[in-house]
Design a protein around this ligand. Sequence first.
Ligand code: RRO
Length: 291
Amino acid sequence: MIEFCGIELRHRVINASGCFDALAAARAFGEEQLHASFPFAAYVSKTITPAPREGNPPPRLWEAAAGMINSIGLPNRGLAGYLEHDLPALARLPVPLITNVMGSTREEFAQLVAALDGRDEVAAIELNVSCPNVATGLDIGADPREIEALLAHVRPLTARPLIVKLTPNTADVAACAAGAEAGGADAVSLINTLRALALAPERSGPWLGGGSGGLSGPAIRTVALAQVWRVAARVEIPVVGMGGVACGRDARELLDVGATLVAVGTESFRDPAAAARIERELELTFTQNAR
Ligand code: RRO
C-alpha cells in the first residue's frame, strides 16, 4: 500500500485528468469488467466547472510528432450535473476518487471546493489552475502569488486533500509549486500540457477550433521530468508526476526525480489498459534493481 495525503492506494499509478473516461469505459466494457481490471490506484475526474460547458468547436485534436495537441475546452455538465449524474457512478469505482475542478475566479474555485467538501465520495480535490483569472487577467497557474492567494482562499473550506495541478507554461514552475505549498496545498501534480499551435494544412490560421492547444505525449516527457525534478527539490509536499509516460521505465524516472505517484495520460487513449501494463513494468524495475 502507498500512502498519499492520508489516502491508501494500491500502487503508484493513477490517471491524468481528462485522459480516461471511466463512465464511457463502463458503457463500452461493462461496469463489472471495468471494475475487475481497473488499471489506476485512484481515479481523477475530468475537469468540472461551476456552469455546464459545451467545449470548443471542432477540430479538437491534432496529431503531432510523438504526441498530440488538444483544444477540448472543458466540456462538462457543470457542478450540479456532476454531483447529480457523474458522481454516483464514479463513486462506484473500486478506487478513491479525486475530483478535478477549475474556476476562473477565486470565488468560483471556492464554490466548487465547498460543494465537494460536502460529498464523502470525494477523497481529494485537484485544482486545475491552467486558466486565466477573469478578474485579474493573469493566468492563475503561471503566477506564484496568484496560486498562493487562491489556496489561502479555498483552504479553509475543506479538510480534504487539495492537489494543485500546475501548468508548465510559466517561467518558474518551482516557484508556483512553492506558492501552492505556502497557501496550504497538500500536494502538487504536474505537468499539464505545453501550449502549442498547429496550422491548418494549405490554409492560413490554426487547425484547432479553439486556436492554440496543449501538447501531450512522449514529446513532452523530458520536459515533465525536468519540471518534476525541480519542483520535488523545492517543496516538501508530495508530487504527482506526469507527462508522456508510456512504459514502466518512464514512470520509474519520474519517481527517481522525486514524484510520489505517477499519472498516465495520452498513452491511455492509444490503449485503455496501458496503465496496468505500465504499473506491472514499474514493479519490475523495483524487483530487478533489488537483485
Ligand atoms: O479541456 C481542455 O482542453 C484541457 C484542459 Br481543461 C487541461 O487542463 N489540459 C488540456 O490539455 N486540455
